[in-house]
Write a protein that binds this ligand. Sequence first.
Ligand code: C5P
Length: 403
Amino acid sequence: MLTGKRILLIISGGIAAYKSLELVRLFKKSGADVRCILTKGGSNFVTPLSVAAISEEQVFTDLFSLKDETEMGHIRLSREADLVLVAPASANILGQMAHGLAEDLASTTLLATNKPVMVCPAMNPMMWEHPATQENLETLKTRSIHIIGPADGDMACGETGTGRMSEPQDIHDSVLRFFDSHKPLSGFSALVTSGPTYEPIDPVRFIGNRSSGKQGHAIASALADQGAVVTLVTGPVALPDPEGVNVIHIETAQEMLDAYKSALPADIAVCAAAVSDWRTEDQVNQKIKKNGAAPKLTLTENPDILKTISNATNRPALVIGFAAETENLIYNATNKLSKKGCDWIVANDVSENIFGSNKNHVYLVTENGHEEWPQMDKRAVASALVDEIINHTNTIKLKEAAE
Ligand code: C5P
């Protein structure tokens, strides 16, 4: 859940410092890397050795330590983190932060950081309510510093009121929510089609195709992992529903189109399904009997979902189609861009045994030309495609900001 996230935890002086050991353990259990700075006050409550043992990292304590500064200066400490968290945050460190003081390693790092900062205040209720503390907090809020807690309850000093540090699990969950809401595609919605469609011939037989849905499902997962709200419309596949994705199961192309339309509007559309081009013209409600003569099937064209979505009035800002070709791959894919009216085409040569395989070899075709990607696992293709989508949305955001 926090895999790959680097948290710099500053433990300042307060009895709640003992809870920070549990906090480090929870972060590590969720996959985060945790580096700790222990202030002089903090080291009165927990020892550098216990913090080092739990974080499995060197603990930093001294601004003027020749050893620490040469191995990992305070600037690097503040840069090599995705989040700086102060827990517990004493009234003193909140005051230092509010007034830009840089007296020790913790306060200097907080002044030097360009990363998001969260604080978990912990102090006696009178200290918490003191106008000086409250004014410092107001100052920190105007600088977009996130404040977690404090909670109400009995204090170590014997008094009761507001000032207890939030429980480690609550702090952990707030950090998780913070990272979730700061993912590159947070605030974006995406609609993905995947798998084959089945077009009934009679109640037991159908026209289908060999699509496994592996690529479309991987794309839905990768979009969700980057924070998008994803709806996946899938034909019959033997895959589990991807986690964190709203899944709509359909069988026919018409059902896929209806589900897709009902899920609009969306910011991003990815049509990875192998939609059957035709369906039988007649609806047959009883099983067709074998009577010596082969039945004649009259086929009629199915709606083109990609084309319909690309030309809809509430068209997603970015529409991506797929092109499964057996010859003239780039030529056919480039034609498909204009024929369908989509923005990008992911083209693959299906003569290379792509159906059902875990690997894919694709070309990304846009109005600016095409680029070949090396053969990769379908999940790697999905994450490379989502990286391209993130770059594209960032460029749009930058353009909008410049206007
Ligand atoms: O027309 P063709 O099947 O070659 O185009 C492939 C692309 O169009 C894929 O993105 C596929 O999901 C989409 N498609 C569709 N509806 C159809 C046929 C194809 O959305 N009826």
